[in-house]
Design a protein around this ligand. Structure first.
Ligand code: NDP
Length: 327
């Protein structure tokens, strides 16, 4: 039996219950990992509330790091005793779990478990956003991009990685303190969108031109303003719904605002194969191990304190990554 956090019905943080659950043996293509740390993500909130579908009862959580305890048939890239980390299917809020090995990667010795648990889902997201979600006109050093919630988990990684790639990242955040943090982590400009009209400010910063890409995980509240920040043929990358889902829209608006492109991206499409997962992870391990990207763990909670961790994340009280620790 292992300690785990389970949801039996959708709802607020109070539906997260600490329980004991059995953990089985890995089947073909699976591994069992004993967690040293677990990553918390805003996506976990969507599964908890029911915005994203998942069969109940469920153990939420899509990120963790620890030691491989057992390996199923056909798994060749991991062995018992390996340090490992993953972004994977829901089920990580527990001491140990079985999961498909495809998305589990060996963790380099230079990267501690808590960093590994904090960075896999968020860091691989920043990787595909900045490296694979490109506008048709391309993205060159010196180009402006706009990144919302820049002081969050994905946001602080993206600020640093964008700086390393030479992009001028304009970050938005909900307080002056968060803006200062985004700037300290590599954002070229920061806009407090609780106080300022971010679209007007982006136009000002870019000399009226607009940005080539907007990375928008805030959703409902920023959608319209984000479209107004793009230059002609610019790309709107929608990848989240922290303020609620983007409402249905008429494609005509894309023409009116300058023949824009829109895409809605999901990490797990990019991680569909072992090879693509490992290539993205190697890229992430490289920027972290070399110090180009530091993983900012802003909050640590014991697994048993998961309700408070969710409350703080939803109340916009967090910066950088949050991890759940184990005794
Ligand atoms: P964050 O740490 O970024 O937390 C979310 C942030 O969103 C908050 O801190 C807050 O920052 C901002 N926000 C704006 N409006 C609201 C609101 N109404 N309620 C709550 N927060 C709000 O979370 P993560 O780093 O875990 O994830 C960032 C986003 O990326 C999420 O939307 C997530 O769903 C998405 N995501 C998408 C993936 C994909 O592949 N599609 C994969 C991974 C993450 P502020 O106060 O500065 O506004």
């Amino acid at each position: 039996m292992v300690r785990a956090v389970q949801i039996r019905q959708h709802g607020g943080p109070e539906v997260l219950e600490l329980v004991d659950l059995p953990v089985g043996e890995p089947g073909p293509g699976e591994i069992r990992i004993r967690h040293h740390a677990i990553g918390l993500n805003f996506i976990d909130v969507y599964f908890r509330t029911g915005l994203y579908a998942g069969a109940l009862p469920m153990v939420p959580g899509g990120e963790g790091a620890g030691v491989i305890e057992a390996v199923g048939m056909g798994v060749t890239h991991l062995k018992v005793g390996d340090r490992a980390a993953y972004a994977g299917p829901q089920g990580s809020y527990c001491e140990a779990r079985v999961l498909p090995a495809t998305t589990v990667c060996k963790l380099p010795d230079a990267i501690p478990f808590d960093t590994g648990a904090a960075m896999m889902l968020k860091g691989l997201t920043a990787q595909y956003l900045l490296k694979k979600s490109r506008p048709v006109e391309g993205l060159e050093p010196g180009d402006f991009v706009l990144f919302h919630a820049a002081a969050g988990g994905v946001g602080l990684i993206a600020c640093q990685w964008a700086r390393a790639l030479g992009f001028k990242l304009i970050g938005t955040a909900g307080s002056d303190e968060k803006c200062a943090l985004a700037l300290a982590n590599g954002a070229a400009y920061a806009i407090n969108y609780a106080k300022e009209d971010f679209a007007a400010r982006v136009k000002e910063i870019t000399g009226g031109q607009g940005v080539k890409v907007v990375y928008d995980s805030v959703g409902k509240d920023t959608w319209e303003g984000s479209l107004s920040c793009l230059r002609p043929f610019g790309l709107m990358v929608s990848f989240g719904n922290a303020s609620g889902p983007v409402p249905p829209f008429a494609p005509g608006i894309l023409g009116a605002k300058g023949s824009l492109y829109v895409t809605r991206q999901t990490l797990f499409t990019h991680m569909a194969t072992r090879a693509s997962t490992q290539a993205m992870a190697d890229d992430l391990f490289d920027v972290v191990a070399s110090g180009k990207v530091a993983i900012h763990i802003g909050q640590r909670h014991a697994l048993a304190d998961v309700q408070q961790a969710h409350r703080d994340l939803e109340a916009r009280k967090t910066t950088g990554c949050t991890i759940l620790t184990l005794p």
